[in-house]
Design a protein around this ligand. Structure first.
Ligand code: NAD
Ligand code: GLY
Length: 366
């Protein structure tokens, strides 16, 4: 068991790494749920796998009452209709301002449950129990919550930090390989944006990562959470640009997801292609040996981890148009995270749209 503290000034919390769902102690969980009514929120894939063990964990930590609510798995559920069902479940479970919500699942469950907690009765606490690699290394930490509108992804949301994050990496053993690869795209992202040593460490561990070596995952999840916590503490609400570095590859990737109805690519697959477009664009703006090295090694690592490098069957003009709907664009002006070298990226504004189009075209097949 290990604990990582996220020292936010207003809402500090702990990320506890422990085999919680196998009965290992979770220090501090009683303080969050003890004597309280809990709404355990999960999806239709995760609930049958871990729902009972999670409910038992909460009861063991002294919860007064645990009510479970489940919605259909997948990004297609991340909409206002599901949110309305969650509010109804909370009312039905008798949750008042003394209650607590618990998100058991991937990023979709965490984002929806987090937003439900942020807004229910003007805000109640919630605990994150992430079960995908993506959620464990990224979405469960940092307090970004929200849901999609038909017009775009994550267009409704709030910052609402979790009261605690409980990470049990053993849950990754049931994750389909494609979902594992999805999380690995975010892991590679951390290496590129802020930790060259992590990037090299990953290059040397492709085989154990693909073989789901639990010890390797314990280390990689801890390292990524520590990196994310550092960014979130520096710029909790993405006001200074420091947190924006986490969006490396995301403006391109979100456009790919939106154009394909969130159905063709996982989030990580879209981000992997988007990271390729970002480094290609950086090279078009100002090439250097460090960028050529990054492009070669990023492509090789992503491909070795089973991630795509190119998009197919999409018009580059449509991708560029979809990018303009991304939250990162402001008053129609582009803002992109572009790399300088492995371990260093920066926010670049007002890039020539013709160069953006060329970078997109370079990664698109008919
Ligand atoms: P997801 O929540 O849809 O999970 C992927 C699939 O894996 C689902 O079908 C789920 O039921 C299943 N699953 C989850 N855990 C499992 C397990 N242990 N074993 C077997 N199956 C399991 O997707 P995701 O990739 O976890 O998250 C993507 C979402 O996260 C997107 O909506 C994205 O916008 C959001 N996100 C949010 C943040 C943030 O900071 N809040 C950051 C990154 C991504
Ligand atoms: N995943 C982007 C962020 O948390 O800011």
């Amino acid at each position: 068991m290990t604990t990582l503290h996220v020292p936010l000034s207003q809402t500090p919390y702990d990320i506890v790494f422990t085999a919680a769902l196998a009965g290992e102690a979770v220090p501090g969980l009683s303080a969050q749920v003890g004597g309280k009514d809990c709404l355990l929120i999960s999806d239709s894939t995760v609930a049958p796998l871990y729902g009972e063990r999670a409910a038992a964990l909460l009861q063991g930590a002294g919860a007064a009452r645990v009510t479970t609510t489940v919605f259909p798995a997948g990004e297609a559920s991340k909409h206002l209709g599901t949110l309305a069902e969650l509010y109804a479940a909370a009312v039905g479970a008798g949750l008042d301002r003394g209650g607590v919500m618990v998100a058991l699942g991937g990023g979709v469950v965490g984002d929806l449950a987090g937003f439900c907690a942020a807004s229910y009765m003007r805000g109640i606490p919630y605990v994150q129990l992430p079960t995908t690699l993506l959620a464990q290394v990224d979405s469960a930490v940092g307090g970004k919550t929200g849901l999609d509108l038909p017009q775009g992804k994550n267009l409704v949301g709030a910052f609402h930090q979790p009261a605690q994050v409980v990470v049990d990496v053993a849950t990754l053993c049931t994750l389909p390989p494609r979902q594992l690869a999805c999380g690995l795209a975010e892991v590679v992202k951390y290496g590129v944006i802020m930790d060259a040593e992590l990037f090299s460490w990953l290059e040397a561990r492709v085989a154990p990562l693909l073989a789901l070596d639990e010890a390797v995952y314990r280390e990689v999840v801890y390292r990524c959470c520590a990196l994310k916590a550092r960014v979130v503490v520096a710029d909790e609400r993405e006001l200074t640009g420091q947190r924006a570095i986490l969006n490396y590859g995301h403006t391109f990737g979100h456009a790919l997801e939106q154009l394909t109805g969130y159905a063709r690519y996982t989030h990580g697959e879209a981000i992997a292609i988007g990271m390729g477009m970002a480094v290609d664009l950086a090279r078009r703006l100002a090439d250097s040996p460090a960028l050529a090295d990054l492009q070669r090694r990023q492509d090789a690592l992503l491909a070795a981890l089973g991630l795509p490098l190119r998009a197919a069957g999409l018009a580059p003009a449509a991708i560029q148009q979809a990018m303009r709907q991304d939250k990162k664009y402001q008053q129609g002006r582009n803002r992109l995270i572009l790399p300088d070298r492995i371990g260093l990226v920066r926010l670049v504004k007002d890039t020539d749209e013709a160069l953006i189009r060329a970078a997109i075209e370079g990664r698109c097949d008919p």
